[in-house]
Design a protein around this ligand. Structure first.
Ligand SMILES: *[C@@H]1O[C@H](CO)[C@@H](O)[C@H](O)[C@H]1NC(C)=O
Ligand SMILES: *[C@@H]1O[C@H](CO)[C@@H](O)[C@H](O)[C@H]1NC(C)=O
Ligand SMILES: *[C@@H]1O[C@H](CO)[C@@H](O)[C@H](O)[C@H]1NC(C)=O
Ligand SMILES: *[C@@H]1O[C@H](CO)[C@@H](O)[C@H](O)[C@H]1NC(C)=O
Length: 443
């Protein structure tokens, strides 16, 4: 499925020793200048001050960006392996954890590896690791097909996909081959609901979670600051023949009725293409940000009340500290979500229980308050976890979804009993631990 350009090169110390002792700045430059000599004309090294440097280190959350010594934009798999010092690999730049795809060493920006090649015969698409899902959906729309990927603008293909695999532990992936499915677009959009209608909304969301089994229909219910929630409704396709061949003009009865009956402050739910749907949420708002997650088995009305209260409580409490967004996203996938893939994957370590990754996303203005927001997210996650346990949900050993987990999360809380095997694989494919030069959760 993937092509690994494994880094089989020397460790950085060998390279560092070639560099005469001099100022830090000159040493840094020397490392990058050496890379510049080693790579082919397909690739380029950019230095601070260059627009491509700025774009190369840029992350969706400003707190996940670091000033690297240079940016390397590889144009071929071979050139990906030219970097032999501390580095980070950036696909779309949507990691919420600092150091996962950012570095003060060499930033590898995959942006140039951006082909989308659709093969109608095999119904697959080869997708370059530098792409965001926005670009992938747009390219595939021309062929009336789509792929399963990110739900909001700005999410990269690489981090999203490798978040269920081994992240950057095994090498650098330059290309993904994904299965396509026929698609003419979706019916969906936003619905904003006022705080006064939260109870009716919670009942409708809980009903959807408990009773809708059409795998093509889903919602994301976001509690934001407690005074308002918005729903991201989506129906991939559902016409009378239950096929994907026509864009759904409207949903069949019984799926979204209760949700659509909730009074709204604003709604733009409509029949649309996937590009327009994903762009409803803007790519970057330039704020600092973090994710946190709690594995949930069932979103009941009472648990939704707890979540609503948490968003109101922390929205108010953190407002004086420059809170931008305080959101809790309810993502009610079908309970059999993990049963479709018979192959073993790094995450989730258990496939027979459908843990739903509740997403906490807090965004704020200033680095001065990083610790306050971090502590608040931990405290809030714990309140929700305890509330779910008190309702009888067996989530004590529920694995944490890697792309939402804090950087300090122990590997066993993400990968469970898979950790030992992942370490064994790591030993085999990267015995010199070249990928140890890059940050992130390490096996
Ligand atoms: C995609 O669908 C549209 C509208 O149904 C049609 O006009 C067009 O020919 C299709 N394109 C391809 C490549 O099949
Ligand atoms: C699911 O549907 C049944 C039957 O209509 C209803 O009694 C139940 O309340 C629904 N569940 C939720 C959580 O709304
Ligand atoms: C998708 O919809 C938007 C908004 O209606 C439109 O501007 C765009 O051209 C559409 N894209 C495709 C590939 O049809
Ligand atoms: C709301 O949440 C806060 C913070 O977790 C908690 O202290 C408070 O008791 C909660 N209020 C209600 C009504 O549950």
């Amino acid at each position: 499925m993937t092509i690994f350009a494994l880094l089989t090169a020397l460790l950085p110390l060998a390279l560092q020793s070639l560099i005469p002792a001099s100022s830090h700045q000159r040493q840094q430059d020397a490392v990058c200048l050496q890379i510049q000599e080693d790579i082919s004309p397909a690739s380029t090294v950019y230095f601070p001050g260059d627009d491509r440097y700025t774009a190369g280190i840029m992350h969706w959350a400003s707190s996940s960006s670091e000033n690297s010594i240079c940016v390397v934009e590889p144009g071929s798999s071979e050139d990906v392996a030219a970097v032999r010092t501390s580095f980070a690999v950036k696909g779309g730049g949507h990691a919420s954890n600092v150091g996962f795809s950012s570095t003060t060493g060499v930033q590898i920006a995959m942006s140039r590896i951006s082909d989308v090649k659709y093969d109608a015969h095999s119904q697959t698409a080869e997708i370059g690791a530098g792409l965001k899902w926005d670009d992938v959906y747009a390219a595939l729309e021309a062929h009336n097909v789509s792929v399963v990927g990110g739900r909001v603008s700005g999410v990269g293909v690489a981090g999203f996909t490798l978040g269920e695999g081994g992240f950057n532990n095994f090498g650098i992936v330059t290309k993904f081959t994904l299965k396509t499915f026929p698609s003419k677009g979706v019916w969906g959009g936003f619905q904003y609901v006022a705080g006064t209608d939260l109870a009716q909304n919670a009942a409708a969301v809980a009903d959807f979670c408990a009773n809708v089994t059409d795998p093509k229909a889903n919602i994301i219910s976001n509690y934001g600051k407690g005074y308002m929630i918005y729903l991201h409704l989506c129906l991939l396709a559902c016409d009378d023949t239950n096929s994907f061949l026509r864009r759904p003009k409207s949903p069949p009865p019984g799926i979204f009725d209760n949700l659509l009956a909730v009074p709204t402050l604003f709604s733009d739910v409509s029949s649309r293409n996937m590009t327009s749907f994903v762009k409803l949420v803007p790519d970057s708002i330039g704020l600092r940000g973090a994710f946190h997650t709690v594995p949930i088995l069932k979103f009941t009305p009472s648990l939704l009340d707890v979540i609503a209260n948490e968003s109101a409580f922390w929205g108010t409490k953190l407002a004086p500290k420059g809170a931008g967004l305080i959101t809790y996203a309810i993502e009610p996938f079908q309970p059999d979500i993990y049963e479709h893939n018979p192959d073993k994957t790094a995450y989730p370590p258990v496939r027979d229980v459908g843990y739903l990754p509740l997403n906490l996303y807090f965004a704020w203005v200033s680095a001065e308050f990083d610790e306050d927001f971090h502590a608040a997210m931990i405290a809030s996650g714990e309140v929700i976890r305890q509330a779910a346990i008190a309702e009888g949900q067996d989530i004590t050993n529920g694995p944490l979804y890697p792309n939402y987990a804090f950087p300090e999360t122990p590997l066993s809380e993400i990968y469970g009993e898979n950790v030992a095997e992942l370490r064994r694989i790591k030993q085999i494919v990267d015995p010199k631990d070249i990928m140890g030069l890059a940050g992130g959760s390490k096996f």
